[in-house]
Design a binder for this molecule. Sequence first.
Ligand SMILES: [Zn+2]
Length: 358
Amino acid sequence: MSPAPTVLAAVQVDPTRNNASRSLARFPSNSLDFVVAGAWVGLQVDRANLLRWYLTVVRPSGIFCIVCSAGTERNWWKSATAGALPFADEDADGMRLFVFVKEESSQPDSRNGPEEVRRNVCPLCGGGEFDLLRLMKDLETPLFTCRASSCGLTIQRRYSRGEFSGTIYQSRYIEQYRADPVAARMRTAEAEWFVGWLGSQGVSLGSSIEIGLGDGTFSGALQRAGIRTAGVDFIPVALELAARQGTKPLHCGDWETWACPHEAEFDVGVMIHTIEHFGDPRSAFTKLVRAVRPGGYLYVHTPNHDHARGSDWFHYWPEHVSLFGRQSLRRLFVSSRVEVCTVRELYGDDLIFIGRKV
Ligand SMILES: [Zn+2]
């Protein structure tokens, strides 16, 4: 007789607070035999990321179900369930049930991987040797993740830049943060910590520039601390939200292609969950360094790839094209003539470097 299944937990989520990913974060990867996602998942603005979270906690060959309302398109979950084989698809009692079996981890083919990996050159150190960490072959456009042997920068490649700004960075990219008051409180606390750190160094800053404003919370908190803030973002609503908190919009569009007229002008340059979105992070960072005056500061906050365990790390989103750890972020700073002042780890998987322009 097989043992009765044990229900380990029911995760209660409040869709208006968008807190499912944090609730699921307490389960180790590959730990549960069977996971069901309820109909509310389809209502979430970042449902693709939520589904990736669910899949992460299911063990290989485990079962993953989504219960939706009948008539839900069969396509909306497609990109999010790479790594899961469709097993059944049933309509009953006005509901539609999708059942998947999680694949055994797709392990890289060989050390240097397929042709797509071998063609790459590291945008940070120029090295051409990579270790393939992860390969998602079953997507329409294969996504691969590989780590440069010499500097440790990890790159993911899938989309062209044009598709990026057109299909990913739309208003709802901001809305998901706006819907989350907990995230706003965390970001405010982070800005207050930074202002406190500056105070502990005997420094007070007059002005800042932030690239990738998001919902404007960080710059808004600096503004309230007496710093004149300005920023750049792809998305009009990001600049509007930031402006409501006193931050001056400098440019709406792509930072990398913008002919930024500001040189040696700001006391601090900020990038929070931004550097990982640039295909050429060194060029994007150098441009920010140019906008900061000599002796001014650089503040970079990014997912910490040193913490990636296995092929289903949470931050392997396709739009995270350049993932850093301590070694590669230090290299980025030093090679841009920025001296590293302090390093901070936050929320388990985040890394913050503060540096001073020489
Ligand atoms: Zn490199």
